[in-house]
Design a protein around this ligand. Structure first.
Ligand code: ACO
Length: 429
């Protein structure tokens, strides 16, 4: 708590409220006592001004384009860390020692395959089942095979075992969702491969033809996961916390997170960007014309991959991914016309007053689709890969909430519907 107070005046009465100042000097007015003392609530549709919690995990300064996990800059982690190490950091708050990292990797390896019974569930989905729906359903199905782990433990095996199972098996579930949709058999994990190498193997290896992972591709894929590891109280993380606040299990809370991430305004945007670029390319649309449409509120068109609720300058993750796209395309000897269109759109938007005045910059999804496409990931799997990357953040937030013993999340509303009226019998309506 800070010793500075804020006050609210209404109807001749005033109320003094505490304030809290975060490590980076963000100030929050604590309105916990507001309703009890005044009968009033605050109204903030979309929660743009509402802090739902205090958190030690991730810091974002959207105006300055800063993203840090546990105090480490995303640029530093991207240059020096791996996804597994970043996952440990996000979960436990410190960079792992050599032994901690080795144990963490071993546990991930131990939990990498799927229970045989679980495999039958994939047969029940139609071939064209959206992989995000399959992922969410299968995370809940994992709960059915681990009923002894449906707790809200934050320490010891009650927490680490479900965490390891989810972090590790999410790769096999995702790879299998893809393989069953294209009629390929399940490819068992290989303990000799890295976390990300193993995922690529489970996605793309064939029985007699193991997938050969280019180091540049493995690094780019791993970096993609690092860049998605956490992003404080976004739509899906808030969903995980909301569901978890009812003391629902970790499995079900992250399954709900997958649902929230699926939407085109959130994680689904990476697929929408590629659909947009493909549409422009295949239908010979002039990018300038497309930008004009995106500015027209009646057109229902948006420049996908642009804009962000929090970032009002460049999304630092987009910068890193843009560089990776160039590295991977070069290593794979690919020329992608969609990349040229993307760069052209970005250039136009960044000098257009509509986008400049509204602080609309490329977000993480703008270039990630081009990277994933080059690696051979099908478009409907893009958001699934986002979910794999975001898993440590969801789990860390779920854990933190329980460590803080958070009350059940339950927003209020200002009711604007009809006042009390008598029931009208059928003949009189
Ligand atoms: N194209 C055109 N106009 C846009 C765009 C865009 N991509 N994004 C925002 N705007 C406009 C809005 O129409 C609004 O204009 P107005 O002030 O004239 O009414 C203004 O910019 C502010 O936008 P809001 O909608 O208020 O921003 P909000 O914070 O509610 O939404 C969001 C953020 C959802 C990301 C939005 O920018 C968007 O839809 N972008 C495209 C989808 C996308 O890329 N999503 C991925 C986000 S990153 C992530 O979740 C991982």
């Amino acid at each position: 708590m800070s010793n500075k107070k804020a006050s609210i005046e209404f109807d001749g009465k005033s109320l003094e409220l505490d304030t809290i100042v975060g490590t980076e000097n963000e100030i929050g007015i604590d309105i916990t006592s507001l309703r009890a003392k005044t009968g009033m609530i605050t109204l903030d549709p979309g929660y743009g001004n509402t802090g739902s919690c205090t958190s030690d995990i991730t810091f974002i300064d959207g105006e300055k384009g800063i993203l840090r996990h546990r105090g480490y800059a995303i640029e530093d982690l991207a240059a020096n860390s791996t996804f597994v190490e970043t996952a440990f950091l996000v979960l436990y708050g410190h960079l792992p020692s050599e032994i901690e990292l080795a144990t963490f990797e071993e546990e991930l390896s131990e939990h990498s395959s799927l229970h045989y019974g679980l495999k039958h569930h994939f047969d029940g989905f139609p071939e064209n089942a959206p992989p995000m729906a399959v992922l969410s359903a299968m995370l809940n199905t994992l709960a059915c095979y681990n009923t002894e782990l449906l707790t809200t433990a934050t320490e010891g095996p009650g927490f680490t075992v479900p965490t390891m199972k989810i972090l590790s098996k999410v790769r096999a579930i995702s790879a299998w969702a893809y393989r069953s949709s294209v009629g390929k058999p399940f490819m068992p994990p290989r303990p000799d491969l890295s976390y990300t190498g193993n995922f690529l193997h489970m996605m793309f290896s064939d029985t007699f033809k193991p997938y050969e992972v280019l180091p540049e591709v493995e690094r780019a894929m791993d970096l993609f996961f690092v860049l998605h590891a956490d992003h404080e109280q976004n739509c899906s993380t808030s969903t995980v916390r909301l569901v978890g606040s009812s003391r629902a299990s970790l499995f079900t809370s992250v399954a709900a997170g997958v649902g929230a991430l699926w939407g085109p305004l959130h994680g689904g945007a990476n697929a929408e960007v590629i659909k947009m670029l493909t549409n422009i390319h295949e239908n010979g649309i002039d990018p300038k014309e497309y930008v004009e449409q995106a500015k027209d509120k009646n057109s229902n068109v948006k420049l996908m991959g642009f804009g962000h609720r929090v970032y009002k300058s460049f999304d630092p993750r987009a910068k890193i991914l843009k560089e990776q796209v160039d590295i991977v395309l070069k290593a794979m000897n690919i020329e992608d016309p969609l990349l040229d269109i993307a760069k052209e759109l970005e250039e136009m938007a960044r000098s257009d007053s509509y986008f400049v005045e509204r602080n609309l910059y490329p977000n993480v999804d703008f270039y990630s689709g081009i990277l994933l496409r080059a690696i051979g990931i099908p478009v409907d799997m893009f958001t699934v890969l986002f979910a794999i990357g975001r898993m440590p953040g969801w789990i860390a937030n779920w854990r933190e909430m329980h460590v803080q013993n958070m009350r059940i999340n339950r927003p209020r509303q200002v009711y604007t519907g009809a006042s009390l009226r008598p029931y009208t019998p059928m003949g009189e309506r």
